[in-house]
Design a protein around this ligand. Sequence first.
Ligand SMILES: Cc1cc2nc3c(=O)[nH]c(=O)nc-3n(C[C@H](O)[C@H](O)[C@H](O)COP(=O)(O)OP(=O)(O)OC[C@H]3O[C@@H](n4cnc5c(N)ncnc54)[C@H](O)[C@@H]3O)c2cc1C
Ligand SMILES: *[C@@H]1O[C@H](CO)[C@@H](O)[C@H](O)[C@H]1NC(C)=O
Ligand SMILES: *[C@@H]1O[C@H](CO)[C@@H](O)[C@H](O)[C@H]1NC(C)=O
Ligand SMILES: *[C@@H]1O[C@H](CO)[C@@H](O)[C@H](O)[C@H]1NC(C)=O
Ligand SMILES: *[C@@H]1O[C@H](CO)[C@@H](O)[C@H](O)[C@H]1NC(C)=O
Length: 606
Amino acid sequence: MRGGVFTLLSSALLLAQDAVAIAPDAVSVAGFKAPSWVLRRDGGSNYACKCYPGDYCWPNNGQWQKLNNTVGGNLRVNIPPGAPCYNTFKGPLGDVKTYNKAECDKVTSNWYNEQFQIELPAAGLWTYFTNDTCRPTTTPTDTCTLGYYPVLVIMAKTTAHIQAGINFARENNLRLIIRNTGHDFLGRSVGWGSLVINTHSFQDIKFSDQYRGACNYSGSAVTVGAGVQAFQVLKQANALKPPKIMVTGECATVGVAGGLVQGGGHGPLTNFHGFLADTALQFKVITADGILRTANSKTNADLFWALRGGGPAAFAVIVEATYKTFDDKPSAGLNLDIDTSHTTNATLFWEAVRIFHGYSTHFVDNGLYVYYELGTAGQNLHVHPFVGIGKTPEELQAVLKPMFDDFAKIGIKYTSSAANFNTFYDLYNAMFETEVAGNSALTGGWTIGRKDVEENHPAVISAFQTVLGAGSFMVGHMWSAGHGLPKNQWANSAVNPRFRNVVDKLITIVPIGGNAPLADKAAAQHRLTYVVDAALRNAAPNGCSYINEADPFQPNWQEAFWGDNYPQLLQIRKKWDPEGVFYSVSTPGTEKWEQIETGTRLCLKL
Ligand SMILES: Cc1cc2nc3c(=O)[nH]c(=O)nc-3n(C[C@H](O)[C@H](O)[C@H](O)COP(=O)(O)OP(=O)(O)OC[C@H]3O[C@@H](n4cnc5c(N)ncnc54)[C@H](O)[C@@H]3O)c2cc1C
Ligand SMILES: *[C@@H]1O[C@H](CO)[C@@H](O)[C@H](O)[C@H]1NC(C)=O
Ligand SMILES: *[C@@H]1O[C@H](CO)[C@@H](O)[C@H](O)[C@H]1NC(C)=O
Ligand SMILES: *[C@@H]1O[C@H](CO)[C@@H](O)[C@H](O)[C@H]1NC(C)=O
Ligand SMILES: *[C@@H]1O[C@H](CO)[C@@H](O)[C@H](O)[C@H]1NC(C)=O
């Protein structure tokens, strides 16, 4: 990694040290115009990288101090959450004495608690992409380092703070991360050597009975700040008369104005109203140039379209979002379990899975949303729950009857329980299970097309067997996006058009420690991409992939995530973020960017 090898960049200013300064001109050739780059060589290629601690272009203390003043003293040096359990945190800005028994006890007992992790400045709930170099411990003499947790955090309280953060990152060519709840499965809310803008303080929620904005919609709506989580807005919506509901994920702690909508956002209401992105009416955003803008169907319509499913942290930072709300309805639910307490016969078990899954088209055509897990406890199918929004218990039972009849024919035993509620909101709170944080895994996924179920179902089930056989497990979500609406009302958002014809959206999960040896990590990634997800891709050629719950390193990700929408998204990205201020993996226009040197420096390949 010496400067002398960079014959390619004859005009560059080369210094004989690891981090080399080069003239901006050299990189603007690649189409990106940041003021200062660091030249690196990795795996036989040349890279121009963003600025990191220790680099010539990392801002000095005075510059950080100035930023801190601009953001009202809300700039923090990030200490990893496990640090109070260690004597010393060995950070990139120097060593810090961190041991504190009370704080250590607190983080240890709350490690798996989602809301605890969400409220930390920069924690990632799925720890794989933090690199797990400072988990809570009982051995304080062990080493705690930052791993891929961010270096500094702006706890933004105002729009001006977000603007200042974006401007500072752009002017100094820093790795910038926008962090809302930290739910991200792909590691997009953390990043080695980065500056974070934390949006959790943006908590405004405002309902309107008759929304009037730049669109032809006339109906009820809600405007939420960037930090609002599903459970917060749903609770307030339920207290309205009559009770209202909106599209959210099945998980109540995910944010509703951050990564969810920018990736699409599917949930129990998706059959009826499409993705959360399809129900968006307007955004207030800050673009890469630091300017606050409105995006709706009239103003900045291209940005509005791209923000609705075009990929998180790719086009702008959302500070506020407005969504349609809907009248809530009485709803019925049913839980189903089949596990080794019912049968240890694998043939019989998979026969039951085949029957259950074969009815996916039937379920979604009858308006059901079905959340299930397969293989979380070895040989088990855990459907928690089947959801019938606007259905009586009898109507739900009638939809499920053919499946139960088929179970009876092959003599499969199961456990089930049904319940009905005055509103879907009550069902949501009662029947969806609490999820945990603090675990480490690689996440992949694919969707199963209607046609794949109708024409090639045995291959789909044998792909499921391959997934489980490869040490992965699966989470399924059956819905048919927007099919409750007439076809001409399926909203024109940026989500892959293929989603309109899928019936089951799967997440695959390969458990692997964030601190596992590098060879094991590489093997796990390879298994996810080329065994687990490859089996699903091959069995379901009519499916596609969901950017928020998938393997970003899958082949042809542009096509898999966005299909025919990709070329337009690429143009919009080039228009609104020409300097590469924002980055999240495998979003439109990131083809030239790589995290080199074992997932650390973010660089442009030259
Ligand atoms: C337990 C669990 C359950 C889930 N269930 C569902 C589900 O039912 N349906 C579904 O669709 N998805 C679901 N997801 C996936 C979810 O959509 C993503 O994790 C999503 O990225 C979370 O967004 P966030 O803003 O809450 O989280 P964060 O991790 O904070 O952010 C995620 C991404 O969005 C970016 N981002 C955040 N805020 C902003 C902003 N204001 N402006 C610009 N960029 C921003 C971040 O930079 C990052 O790239 C689930 C995830 C988990 C962990
Ligand atoms: C920013 O200012 C606040 C208030 O003065 C201070 O507590 C904090 O430590 C400063 N942050 C940094 C990174 O210096
Ligand atoms: C990340 O973890 C790997 C082991 O999995 C280790 O080799 C590497 O040094 C770590 N990097 C950082 C920056 O923590
Ligand atoms: C509103 O409706 C009119 C008439 O149907 C249509 O021409 C126009 O494009 C619509 N505007 C928007 C912003 O959807
Ligand atoms: C397992 O179930 C299959 C399918 O019902 C059946 O043919 C087979 O005999 C069973 N095996 C055992 C060992 O009971």
